[in-house]
Structures are given as C-alpha cells and as structure tokens.
Design a protein around this ligand. Sequence first.
Ligand SMILES: [Fe+2]
Ligand SMILES: [Fe+2]
Length: 296
Amino acid sequence: MSRIAVFADVHGNMPALEAVLSDIAAQRVDEVLVGGDLVGRGPEGSRVVRRIVGEGWPCVRGNHEDYLLGFRFRRVPEKWWKLPEWSAARWMAAELNEEDVHYIDSLPLSLTSVLEPDLRLVHASPASTREGLGSWTEEERLREFLAAQEEGLLVCAHTHRPMVRRVGDALVVNVGAVGLPFNRDTRAQYAIFERRTAQPGADGWKVELRQVSYDLGEIFSIYDSSGFLRAGGITTQLLRLELEHATSFLVPFIEWAQARGLRPENSALERFRQEFDPAAPLAPFFSRLDRIRRAN
Ligand SMILES: [Fe+2]
Ligand SMILES: [Fe+2]
C-alpha cells in the first residue's frame, strides 16, 4: 500500500522546507505532492521553487503564486506599485527569476495522486485558491465538493491550520503549513497518507499529521541577510511576528488599521500590539473591529 507525503504553504521559508524534506526522507514515502503557496510571505521563493522543480514533485497553484504573477505580469492596480504595504510583495516578485515565473504560471489548480487515484489535491478548495476549508466550514459545503469529485479523499491547505474531517464515507484533510503555521505551533507541518485497503474513501486511508521542529533563528537571519526585512516595511515586521507566534498578524493588522482609520504603517504597530492579543481567539477580535466600524 502506498505512502504519500503532502506538504504546502512553504512561503519562501527554506529552513522549514529543509526540515520537512529530511523528515519525509526518513518516512520512506512512495510519492510526494505539493499543495501550492511555494512563494509569497517569505524571502526565498526562488530557492523553494528551484528545489521543488529539481525534485520533480507534482504541485498545484496557490493564491500567492497568483499574487506574485500579478506583479510580474503588471496585472495589479497601479497604486500597488507605490503603496508601502505592497513593498514586500514587489520585492518577492522581483526575487523570482524568469524560469520560476514560467514554472509557477504553469501549475494546475488541482491534481490527483499517480499511485492512488483516490486522492485529489487542491490549494484551498476545489472552487477557489482562496476559499480556506477548516473546522468552521459548513458540512454542506464539503459535501458539495465531494459530490462533484470521484475521489474519496480531498486534500487541501491554504488556511495554515491542519484539519481532518470525515464527511460521510469521504475524508477532507487540510495538511497545514510548512513555512508559516497559524495553529499556534511554530513547527513546520505536513501530512502523510497511507492507503490501507483498496476501498475508496475514509476507511481506506490512514492520515498522519506531522510536525517538524526547526530553528526559527535561521529564517529570521535570512529575513535580515536577504534584505527582505528592510525592503518589506510593515509587512515583513508582521510576517516575522506570525512566524514567532504561529498565528495570523497581517490580516488582523490591516483590518484593525482600516477600522481605526489609520494608515497600515510601522507607526501604528505599537498601538495594534496593545489591542491585539496573539494568544486569544481571533473571532472576538474581528467582532470588536465590526463594532468599531459600525460606531464610526
Ligand atoms: Fe498560504
Ligand atoms: Fe494560500
């Protein structure tokens, strides 16, 4: 029976990727599949792409591939070329070489395992590279996706939060993130799927969510030495905090700044840190922002 490793959301974090690849090498798997977001939100997108291309592993396209292609192909709004909050994205897009751009532009939205055709992989959901599937997703929505595919196992990523959900006879698994987890566990995360019987669907699969420790200090020093930290302004400050706390900072900060009527700049960060507790659940924070917006 086959063992298949699936990882995703590397986000230009080579130390995290190296840690996961060493772990995969020790796990004796038969196939490796990659769930997209190789680039974006991190300093070494090109090295990550080169490594995946070199290994020849099949990969799907994530929303961050699309964001950076938007800059490379000049498809983004004109003001994004000037606004400081997009300086990190401009830097990451410029860091990719022509071959990298060609490769990420060629990636499919979805693929199935060669060894086990019961496994379908997408970046976020079968409908979109930005619709994250998580514990909050209505079961009805998952049933729609499963009814539209022949495979009994739907594998996804994008939310940076691992999840295993059985839906009827089928299984939906989010493998979490290698390079930027949001589940308050700073380790690099991925999954191994073992096909136990020929039977399609949930009963035929054993799923193992894996967590691999690595030295965060290494990625922080690459932030510095590559010039990413300097060039990326507020965005790279927030990404560094995301790595450190393994939770979302960038989106809460941008929404908070909008609600408070502030420019999303370094000068607002201290006040944000006073109002945002990274250890607390996110939903009440966003509800508070809604109340502030309504009161204004
Ligand atoms: Fe991602
Ligand atoms: Fe994504």
